[in-house]
Ligand binder design. Structure first.
Ligand code: NAP
Length: 280
């Protein structure tokens, strides 16, 4: 439940990312002081009031005074655009402990990682957010919807319980700023399990455009991923995730309501908020 308890100071990593920026926004709304970590402070844009700090998680020495006075630290598990696992978890956790940080949250990257292991072994109060597919993945269709009002996808009748990034941010901000979430691993889903057909229909309704759905075979989908620049193992992984979505990726659970006290946002809302990205 949202509370405006005593204002505290939080450091948010991944703050320019699709989830991190929502963590920043939520913490600000709760009246806290928020430091946003980025490797490129001059390029970053944040809401007024955010303290922007430069630093690289892959080089913990660069975090410098960013941790001074911080009660809670939000972490990602990867480094760089290719999502390489961060190997510096133990150093980051040691710095956080030394600085007096009491709570850690982690955005899970889909499996165990050295950083998440270090957080779980830190002895501090930690919480892991394990989201299913982000609604923002629909932005991958933005170009073809904008230019030819068409989505090309495989497995169009398989469902995903995809989650709004703002709800992931709200769960993380709650766990970071309120008591009662230590040692929890929160699977975070949206409020509905939707097929690709249903998602395309929601985008059509939000944009007021007719959008065609062209169903691809598995082989055509693989070819498209490779043509889009994915390497072979990532492309094969994508095929597997959409073809054989595990039960947790297609089953709605009430984490958002339970942790934040607010209902999870539906895809129709996400589509309305992002409609301009799909307009010609
Ligand atoms: N997409 C999905 O459906 C999905 C589902 C479940 C889980 N996930 C997980 O979510 C994570 C991706 O989160 P996202 O989409 O919010 O990320 P994103 O939008 O791709 O943004 C990446 C963020 O990471 C920061 N970053 C990268 N390397 C860094 C470093 N060495 N030091 C400091 N900051 C660094 C970037 O900051 P700067 O560039 O500003 O430095 C940026 O804020 C991945 O772990 C992924 O596995 C994704």
């Amino acid at each position: 439940m949202t509370t405006n308890a005593t204002p505290q100071t939080f450091l948010v990593a991944g703050a320019t990312g699709s989830v991190g920026r929502e963590v920043v926004r939520e913490l600000l709304e709760r009246g806290h002081t928020v430091r946003a970590l980025t490797r490129n402070p001059s390029a970053a844009q944040f809401p007024p009031g955010v303290e922007v700090v430069g630093g690289d998680l892959a080089d913990p020495g660069s975090l410098g005074p960013a941790l001074d006075g911080v009660t809670g630290l939000h972490l990602i598990t990867f480094t760089g655009g290719g999502y390489q696992p961060l190997e510096t978890g133990p150093e980051i956790v040691a710095l956080a402990r030394k600085a007096g940080v009491r709570r850690l949250t982690v955005l899970n990257g889909g499996g165990p990682t050295p950083l998440e292991d270090a957080v779980r072994e830190s002895g501090l109060d930690w919480t892991v957010a394990m989201p299913v597919e982000f609604m923002a993945n629909a932005l991958g269709w933005a170009d073809s919807i904008r230019t030819e009002a068409t989505v090309r996808a495989a497995f169009v009748d398989n469902v995903s319980a995809m989650v709004h990034e703002a709800d992931i941010g709200a769960v993380i901000a709650t766990a970071l700023s309120e008591k009662g979430h230590a040692g929890q691993v929160y699977l975070v889903t949206g409020p509905q399990a939707l097929t690709v057909r249903e998602k395309v229909a929601a985008l059509a309704a939000a944009t007021g455009r007719e959008i065609s759905l062209v169903e691809l075979s598995e082989a055509q989908a693989l070819e498209k991923y490779l043509a889009d620049g994915l390497d072979e193992s990532t492309a094969a992984w994508m095929i597997d995730v959409f073809k054989n979505t595990p039960p947790e990726g297609r089953t709605v659970i009430d984490t958002v309501q339970r942790v934040t006290g607010r209902p999870a946002r539906p895809f129709s809302q996400w589509a309305t908020e992002h409609a301009d990205a799909f307009r010609a």
